[in-house]
Design a protein. Structure first.
Length: 365
């Protein structure tokens, strides 16, 4: 063997040794926001990346998803219903209901906290894990099972959170049927609820309220661009939809009234107030209200000014829907329409001057 080959083998050997000896690069993700069921999850010690895998404190995500965490010496047990996960500090193997599974990065202790791979834990516990615009969203089966409650009432676990009519206060009702005051505010809409807190709106702000600290964080101020009577919100996959004055289309002035000449639009905004996007402009040039989302469609009522036989002008809402990307608008009812969601379908009601109709939207594509 000549000297050149020997030198090459020595270099390869040294490179392998260095790869085994040098620690894996750790990059702290201080700018990453994590949301569980659209409610922020906070940690004193930031998550970090290792080998392109994001690790988070074990309790941060597990307990938010309804699991219990038991850490004894080098063994971690995470339990949720029929799902039992056993991990070991420093080992790339995990047991899920007795079946061994490989981990890209092992659990490890950092600053006295136990860190585990986020995607592995989230998906094993049945959650959907989504990455978008520097944010991570985890959605539990509890969240998807309660989507139809989202207009003003949210069921989370055995509790129901709702806005009290006439006061705007947010109450919680448990299995006993007794109601408990959670937030003394004039709330307009509930957006999301998780184990640690909830997100709601009043007439000016979007708030996150923490159950443990009983403090709230202001996410987004909306009074500058949305008229009070056009507020409509509904959350889905990390954002909320709202109506307001269109930014891309302005109607020519025809009167001295401040708002009468404005087109209205539907906006999509991240639940923490970022990434506001105008996704649809209502060509009827009328206010948009009662926005809800289901199965890729945004439903809303367009308050068209209607002139009747008595010569009186007043709002007559037609039920409409448009895809989440702003395309494919369909009008589903005539004037004076209303709609609501149930577990088994979407229903529409039309009524005027003693006449009425009632039907389901099952046959719609």
């Amino acid at each position: 063997m000549n000297l050149t080959k020997i030198n090459l083998l020595i270099k390869i050997f040294l490179l392998i040794c260095l790869t085994l000896i040098l620690p894996t690069e750790t990059v702290y993700a201080t700018d990453i926001s994590i949301f569980v069921d659209n409610v922020p999850a906070y940690s004193e010690v930031p998550p970090f990346y290792q080998n392109d895998t994001l690790l988070v404190p074990a309790r941060l995500v597990s307990e938010e998803l309804g699991a219990t965490v038991d850490w004894q010496n080098e063994q971690i047990s995470i339990n949720s219903g029929d799902c039992q996960i056993v991990l070991y500090v420093g080992q790339n193997q995990a047991d899920v209901n007795g079946t061994s599974q490989n981990l890209s990065v092992p659990p490890q202790i950092v600053q006295g906290r136990l860190f585990v791979p986020l995607r592995f834990i989230g998906e094993t516990l049945g959650a959907e894990v989504l990455y978008r615009d520097g944010k991570i969203f985890l959605y539990s089966t509890n969240y998807y099972g309660a989507l139809h409650f989202k207009s003003g009432t949210i069921k989370y676990g055995d509790d129901v959170y709702f806005i009290e009519s006439g006061t705007g206060h947010i109450l919680k009702q448990g299995q006993s049927g007794k109601s408990e005051l959670i937030i003394d505010d004039e709330a307009l809409s509930l957006l999301a609820v998780s184990r640690s807190g909830l997100v709601y709106t009043n007439y000016r702000w979007v708030f996150y309220y923490n159950f443990a600290t009983k403090k709230r964080i202001e996410f987004y101020q909306n009074n500058d661009c949305f008229p009070p009577y056009a507020y409509s919100y509904y959350t889905d996959n990390g954002n909320f939809y709202c109506s307001g004055y269109a930014e891309s289309k302005i109607a020519p002035p025809v009167s001295n009234q401040k708002y009468s000449d404005s087109y209205y639009a539907i906006f999509s905004i991240d639940i923490d107030g970022a990434n506001k996007k105008e996704i649809f402009v209502e060509e009827l040039n009328c206010p948009i209200r009662d926005i809800k989302y289901r199965d890729g469609w945004i439903y809303y009522i367009a308050d068209v000014s209607v002139k009747r036989e008595y010569g009186i002008n007043y709002a007559g809402g037609s039920v409409n829907r448009v895809r989440a990307d702003g395309t494919g608008k369909q009008q589903l009812s005539g004037d004076h329409g209303s709609y609501y969601f149930t577990e088994d379908g979407i229903y529409c009601k039309w009524g005027y001057n003693g006449e009425s109709r009632f039907w389901r939207f099952d046959e719609l594509d």
